[in-house]
Design a protein around this ligand. Sequence first.
Ligand code: ZN
Length: 161
Amino acid sequence: MTRSRRSNKPAFRCVACGEAIEAGQERYEWEFRYGGPHRQHVTCGYPKRSQLTQSLLGEVYGTIEGIEEHGWGGSVEEIVTNISAVKESAEEIKGQYEDAAENFGGQGPSAEKAEELDSFISELESAESEVENAEKADDEDDDEYLERLQQIAADAVGNCP
Ligand SMILES: [Zn+2]
């Protein structure tokens, strides 16, 4: 990852907004092993975690980022639904890592990722039931109660491998 100001070479396109990155505009630039550099205006924000990986986990990060953009929800039900969405995404990717690990007799980096995702999924399950069973405290108003539940969800997804 570098941050730089472009010179008057041909225009690059920002992967966030799709607009050209003009001379003098600051950009972030990053690259994977294949496929050339990706560039984004500094004003379009720091690249998201899902943009900075080409691993299967990018999909899980994408699900989390999508939820975080809109917030965890304004009711117990919504928060649980959102945690479940992350869990489903993690389960799907875990399955793909397990399939990949089969070629290596269930060993190797893919098997390790599947295991990491497995404990992440357990954490999400605990968060789901913690949110579902959380009683509103006597000294809590509705907002504080919801914030506490949203924090449980945010903490759980913070452990995404
Ligand atoms: Zn942009």
